[in-house]
Structures are given as structure tokens and as C-alpha cells.
Design a protein around this ligand. Structure first.
Ligand code: ZN
Length: 200
């Protein structure tokens, strides 16, 4: 059976997204193809609007505010002496949902499955170092390694620790509670809140 070219093109694009395999992509493609063009247009428009969002130059979280810094980095009540290094934007959301963290963040970017840090991740760490060097005392009070306790998360965590330990008085990790191999993204707010509270 011949698959129409637009379906194949859509599937190729969609299956590059996290969590979507070719089978799911092809189902979505046929679903959209069989509906009125309005559904496909509104999806395209919604995706286009994502491209209009900005990246905070300090923590690298994605935001839509008119200011250059995100809401968290520009807030006067957040503790800039405590920085949590997380992998993804969704981890920032998970940490914020606990209501147990008043520090700031560094979004490292997706952890590679090959070990090692990507160029983007290295650049983000460098920008954090510069930011800390520009602060009084040239050290922050606490740096929390809040990467998921997976094999590659742990590897990345060790590399980040090596890079950043001269810049923080104390380096901590999230406490127990998040199962080994589990992702922060999928931890419930109570468990994650407890892991933040019991960090050491
Ligand atoms: Zn920010």
C-alpha cells in the first residue's frame, strides 16, 4: 500500500519529537488527514507560536515575557544564592509545582545518551560560571544537582559537579524518594518536594 508523500513527511518530522514513535506519528497523520483542514491549520499555528517564545539568557528556561529574563530570574524574592541544575524545562515546572523551592535554576538541556556534555551544555555551564564570578564573593551558597537519577543523568551530574564545584560553597543532590532510573518529570509533587527538602 502506498503511503501518500505528505503523510510520510509529517511522520518523519513528528517522530523526531520526544515520546512519539513512528506508529503514533502515522496515526496522528491519518487522523489529521481525514479531518477538516481547520484542525491541521490550528495545529500548525499552535506549533508556529512555540517558535516565537524566548529563552532566558540566565537560566535558559523558555518564556513569553517581554523582558529578556524569565519570571523566576527577574523575581526579587527568589534566592540567587541557591541554583538548581536541571535537565529540562519540564523539570523546572515539576520543581515549581512542589512549592518547596525558592532558589533559581540552570536548564542544562537534554542529557546525551553517549555520556559527555554537548557544546550547548558546556556553553550554559560557562555562562553560569561567569554569572557567579560577577557576584560578590565569586561563589554561591549552594548548587543543587537536580538531574534525574538515571545512568546518563548520574554521569552528567558528575561532570557538572567537576565543572562547578569551585563556584559553590556547598554542592547537594536531591534526597531519596525519586526511584533510581526514574525521571524528575514523572515524580509526584509530594515526592519531589520531599526530595528537595531532604537534599544533601
Ligand atoms: Zn531565567
Amino acid at each position: 500500500m502506498k503511503i501518500p508523500e505528505p503523510i510520510r513527511g509529517f511522520v518523519d518530522t513528528l517522530s523526531q519529537l520526544p515520546g512519539i514513535g513512528p506508529r503514533q506519528a502515522i496515526r496522528i497523520a491519518f487522523h489529521l488527514a481525514g479531518r477538516s483542514p481547520d484542525t491541521a491549520f490550528s495545529l500548525a499555528r499552535a506549533a508556529e507560536r512555540l517558535g516565537e517564545l524566548k529563552t532566558c539568557p540566565r537560566c535558559f528556561y523558555i518564556h513569553e515575557s517581554d523582558a529578556s529574563l524569565c519570571e523566576i530570574c527577574s523575581s526579587p524574592i527568589r534566592n540567587t544564592q541557591i541554583i538548581a541544575v536541571v535537565e529540562k524545562e519540564t523539570d523546572v515546572l515539576s520543581m515549581e509545582n512542589t512549592g518547596k523551592f525558592d532558589g533559581t535554576y540552570l536548564v542544562l538541556g537534554n542529557i546525551k545518551k553517549t555520556g559527555g556534555l554537548s557544546e550547548t551544555q558546556k556553553a550554559r555551564l560557562e555562562s553560569l560560571k561567569k554569572r557567579i564570578m560577577a557576584m560578590e564573593g565569586e561563589m554561591i551558597r549552594e548548587l543543587i544537582l537536580a538531574l534525574s537519577p538515571t545512568t546518563f543523568g548520574d554521569m552528567a551530574s558528575r561532570m557538572v559537579e567537576q565543572e562547578l564545584s569551585p563556584y559553590a560553597t556547598k554542592m547537594t543532590k536531591l534526597g531519596r524518594g525519586i526511584p533510581t532510573g526514574g525521571e524528575i518529570e514523572f515524580a509526584d509533587p509530594e515526592t519531589l518536594g520531599e526530595a528537595i527538602r531532604r537534599r544533601d
